[in-house]
Ligand binder design. Structure first.
Ligand code: HEC
Ligand code: HEC
Length: 332
């Protein structure tokens, strides 16, 4: 392990339920990450000599040491069936983030349900806080066929619970906490993430809810405010949607994409590399090394790929947005 990587030690579980490394890295990572296998199983001397591979290796060790907490996170308090989670009940509303996460081309729909009479606390514009009992869902379809619906609930103890439900006929059943590999009708492999994966992306972020957030909802925010769903929000949001400052449309699209796909790990206090891809309401994007971003987003070599989990295929449209902004001369 390189000396720059601190020894891994379990962080205390904060009252909010977020588990973090001392350096702010999401605490629990899954044991069976595809991006860990080649490194742990057969460390090729060529790749390990390179710094990113070493960091990756360190990250995998972190993963292995975090296993103990996966057990805690996987407390099976969520119902067995999706139909028991309240998705068909009253007060469920659909929403759509502006900068969606690339999920290898799957089509997605999302919903939120707040307990009756409650509001989202928007007083920290970049990290909304949700009332106990908040529920969110995200449904994934491939070739117009529902495959899984992921579910997030804020429990009475202030901890977020994560689960995925796998569709089978008219209902979906809770997947094992360690995740699951499905084979789709066309023979394609489909990964249901482990609870450790959910936590790696969601629980370490500024808010564990990633898409129902000021910059992600953007133009939809004034209506939410008028409906009384938000409290503590800046008064100007009633008429002016929250946004970040960009010099042109290409920058807005590219930096929004990086915020949505990378910002939950790469923020101040996130993974310990000097790369700030999360955006702030009203702020300018931090300068970044565009070549490094293009290189990591443009590969699915497990030593190098970004994001490191949740995808096996490059996002062609996302990469085009990034090229248009960081590398405009190579495009027609
Ligand atoms: C690779 C990172 C990643 C992993 C792994 C991941 N998520 Fe997410 N998730 C996101 C991002 C980013 C969003 C918001 C953007 C979007 O929906 O396209 C999101 C959105 C959601 C939403 C909608 C509410 C919200 O936060 O906006 C739910 C529910 C959800 N995820 C549940 C889960 C569950 C449960 C798991 C594990 C089974 C999981 N996610 C795994 C990154 C991830
Ligand atoms: C689940 C957390 C996570 C997500 C999401 C994520 N990264 Fe990373 N990223 C890491 C970790 C951990 C490292 C350090 C290990 C390594 O270099 O592989 C890293 C390293 C990097 C580096 C090298 C930085 C340096 O100084 O060495 C770049 C560039 C990068 N990421 C870009 C991205 C981009 C672009 C995205 C979105 C398309 C993204 N990352 C999404 C966790 C993440």
């Amino acid at each position: 392990m390189p000396s720059s990587v601190p020894a891994a030690r379990p962080a205390a579980i904060a009252p909010t339920g977020h588990r973090r490394w001392a350096m702010g890295m999401p605490f629990v990572m899954a044991p069976r990450q595809p991006w860990c296998w080649p490194i742990v199983a057969m460390p090729g001397p060529g790749s390990l000599g390179k710094v990113p591979a070493m960091q990756h290796l360190a990250f995998c060790l972190v993963v292995a040491l975090g296993l103990g907490t996966v057990a805690i996170a996987a407390r099976a308090e969520l119902p067995e069936r999706l139909s028991q989670t309240g998705l068909d009940g009253a007060g469920v509303r659909a929403f759509e983030p502006r900068f969606a996460l690339w999920s290898d081309g799957a089509a997605k729909r999302r919903w939120i349900a707040l307990p009756p009479g409650t509001q989202v606390d928007a007083s920290q514009p970049n990290a909304w806080r949700f009332p106990v009992g908040t529920r969110l869902w995200k449904e994934f379809s491939v070739d117009s066929r529902r495959v899984e619906t992921r579910h997030l609930v804020l429990g009475a103890d202030g901890r977020w619970e994560f689960a995925s439900y796998v569709w089978d006929g008219a209902d979906a059943m809770r997947a094992p906490a360690r995740g699951q590999v499905l084979t789709l009708p066309d023979g394609k492999r489909y990964d249901i993430p482990s609870v450790g994966d959910c936590i790696a992306c969601h629980a370490g972020a500024r808010s564990p809810v990633l898409g129902f957030a000021a910059l992600q909802l953007g133009p939809a925010v004034p209506a939410l405010l008028r409906e009384g769903l938000l409290r503590g929000a800046p008064a100007r949001w009633v008429t002016q949607a929250p946004d970040f400052v960009a010099i042109n449309a290409a920058e807005h699209a590219a930096r929004g994409y990086l915020h949505g796909n990378c910002g939950h790990c790469h923020f101040d206090g996130g993974v310990p590399v000097p790369l700030r891809l999360a955006l702030d309401v009203g702020g300018r994007p931090a300068p970044v090394d565009g070549a490094a971003v293009l290189r990591r987003a443009g590969t699915r070599n497990p030593y190098q790929q970004m994001p490191p989990l949740g995808t096996r295929e490059i996002d062609p449209q996302g990469l085009a947005l990034l090229n248009r902004h960081f590398n405009p001369e190579i495009l027609p």
